[in-house]
Ligand binder design. Structure first.
Ligand code: MLT
Length: 395
């Protein structure tokens, strides 16, 4: 029996597991310390009241024989039509037309970012920005795929552009970017779409943070002409609506997207109906409330709360003379480690001296070395306290 030996090529732990384990070890050794987590992007605001009400109604449905639900409907791979309609309508507000059959409801963006790879041969070459969300890299290492990187750095505003000298088959893009907060303009995305169409490549576009965009930037790759022929868009309610624990997302695969003479949409429907039994009815009904008029209003209130945290962190870093970017179209602030420290040294320094946990930039790729990511998802009180501690130890 042979195991999948590609797993041996992975680092021992997933980035956020390492951060979590180091934090837990510090807490165990110093139980008296009040540790503030600005590391993994986990939300702290409660679900919007409209979402809670919708979930309660769904629970009532499950409590009565006449309205009880078992498996979700087959027609749209276990997605309920009210949820699909709300997603379709939210796309329509961005000027993008999607049909029910193009939307696949999932348990979140992370799973689809990795699972979608099953549609493509392991012989393909994948292009991954560096730095970026580490799940893309790890999922491709597990599959033994050839990986090339698109360097993101201060020079290109952390927004790498197509390189005509390489020929990837799969291209991951994340905009607004995790971890740097940089977001592509329409012209930049158009260049990626044209490049992918020229090469016959497929873009896996992670739009998990699109609700944080406040500048005039595309919120969906499908706002770009030609994207329906080369892109898959992966979205999530996690950061948009505080669903990190509830779990719900959606992926759009245009009906027009074909490779090898086959519609990727049909392949994914076949894969999902075989390996996935859908998202719970209660969760789907809660998610369907997010893109209603009142849901959007309440959701945007929570996002504004996190943006105020990001501004607080930014002001603190500015007052300390520390370079940073992000925090405008994104919940992440991407800062340079002070005093020439490398990313993990600064992680240890901050944990030990300020009892604040962040995420080392080098965990997102080699170009992240010397940088550090802070999230705006803590409570306002904890963010303010963390900023005070930063000021104390770094002044
Ligand atoms: C992050 O902190 O980068 C995210 O919370 C990770 C995720 O969404 O899985």
């Amino acid at each position: 029996m042979k195991i999948n030996s590609h797993f041996l090529d992975l680092k021992d732990n997933y980035l956020f597991s390492t951060v979590g384990a180091k934090t837990a070890a510090y807490r165990a050794a110093h139980p008296e310390k009040d540790v503030i987590r600005l590391s993994i992007g986990d939300v702290t605001r409660p679900l919007a009241p409209v979402v809670i009400e919708a979930m309660r109604r769904a629970l009532d449905d499950l409590s009565r024989t006449e309205t009880f639900k078992g498996y979700g409907p087959d027609r749209y791979v276990y997605a309920y039509e009210p949820l699909l309609a709300s997603i379709r309508d939210s796309y329509a507000r961005k000027g993008v037309a999607v049909s029910f059959g193009e939307i696949f409801v999932s348990d979140g963006a992370k799973s689809d970012c990795g699972n979608l790879l099953e549609l493509f041969s392991a012989d393909n070459t994948v292009l991954i920005p560096d730095p970026v969300y580490p799940a893309y890299l790890d999922a491709n290492i597990m599959a033994g795929r050839r990986i090339i990187f698109a360097d993101a750095n201060e020079g290109n505003g952390f927004l790498p552009m197509p390189d005509e000298s390489v020929r990837p088959d799969l291209i991951y893009l994340c905009s607004p970017n995790n971890p740097t907060g940089a977001a592509y303009s329409r012209a930049q995305l158009k260049a990626w779409v044209d490049y992918a169409n020229r090469l016959g490549a497929v873009i896996l576009y992670d739009a998990a943070y699109e609700y944080f965009i406040e500048d005039d930037l595309p919120r969906s790759i499908f706002e770009i002409e030609g994207a329906r022929d080369c892109a898959i868009e992966i979205c999530s309610y996690s950061k948009t609506a505080g669903f990190t624990g509830v779990r719900c997302g959606y992926t759009v695969i245009p009906d027009t997207l074909e490779r090898g003479g086959v519609k990727l949409n049909r392949m994914w429907a076949r894969r999902q109906s075989t390996k996935f039994n859908g998202v719970s009815y209660v969760t789907q009904m809660g998610a369907a409330a997010v893109f209603t008029e009142e849901g959007e209003r309440q959701t945007r209130e929570n996002i504004a709360y996190y943006k105020r945290n990001a501004a607080m962190i930014g002001e603190t870093l500015s007052s300390l003379g520390i370079w940073y970017t992000g925090g405008i179209n994104s919940p992440y602030v991407w800062m340079k480690c002070p005093r020439g420290m490398d990313s993990w040294s600064f992680f240890d320094y901050l944990l030990e001296n300020a009892n604040v946990v962040g995420t080392p930039g080098s965990g997102f790729g080699k170009n992240g070395e010397g940088f550090f990511r802070l999230t705006a998802f803590a409570t306002a009180e904890n963010t303010a306290e963390a900023c005070l501690r930063l000021k104390t130890i770094l002044k």
